[in-house]
Design a binder for this molecule. Structure first.
Ligand code: 3PG
Length: 212
């Protein structure tokens, strides 16, 4: 792990693979974050999909300050400020409605709105924002889609997420309009349930080496 935390102002530049994490048991949050950082991925996108998600963000923020923790699965505007208040340093949404964009922008935190069509990409660019998530990446056209969008909107920069695997991540990372990919494969539910932190560190190490 680097001595100084990476710059959270550009979520696409932090790491090649952003771990998309679901925490069911609050006690798992800090060891998961530490395990990912030990493998070279000092970033967590903690998804707001469980009742303990905001507490998990707060715990990582307080106890593992070298890890850049963000909130994922922002689907309602009010969640954006709640997540930042809990300690999230970046925000990720699967979509990009005008109200979601406004809610995330109002926090002042960097954020990645989700896009899957050219019109959505253009709508986000119209707001002055160039960084965005591409979701669900595999189902929405994968690397071929991103190449096509790159020819009409080259200023858009993506974090593709959804269906990406260790085998396909490098193909995405090779594209000029991809800064990082997101994926849940770093923290499989069985490893988290078994408290297999070394196993998570191994997965993180392999992912961290995808772009060297
Ligand atoms: C997300 O929220 O970004 C996706 O659910 C992660 O997709 P994956 O589980 O296919 O990696």
């Amino acid at each position: 792990m680097s001595e100084s935390p990476p710059d959270p102002m550009d979520p696409l530049a932090l790491v090649p693979v952003v771990p998309v994490v679901v925490i069911e048991r609050l006690a798992d949050a800090v060891p998961v974050a530490r395990a990912l950082a030990a493998g070279g991925l000092p970033v967590v996108e903690l998804t707001l999909r469980t009742p303990v998600a905001l507490e998990a963000i707060a715990a990582i923020s307080a106890e593992v300050p070298d890890v850049v923790v963000g909130a994922g699965t922002i689907t309602a505007p009010a969640q954006a400020q709640e997540a930042v208040d809990a300690g999230a340093r970046f925000l990720v949404s699967p979509g990009a409605t005008p109200r979601l964009l406004a809610g995330m922008h109002a926090t002042g935190a960097p954020f990645l709105p989700g896009t899957a069509t050219v019109s959505e990409v253009l709508a986000v660019l119209e707001t002055g924002q160039q960084a965005m998530k591409f979701f669900p990446a595999e189902l929405s056209g994968g690397t071929g889609y991103l190449r096509a969008v790159g020819s009409v909107a080259p200023q858009a920069r993506f974090c593709p997420t959804g269906g990406i695997t260790p085998a396909t991540a490098a193909d995405y990372l090779a594209l000029p309009n991809v800064g990082c990919v997101g994926g849940s494969w770093l923290t499989p539910a069985p490893l988290v349930a078994a408290a297999d932190w070394a196993g998570i560190t191994d997965l993180a190490r392999a992912a961290a080496s995808l772009r060297s």
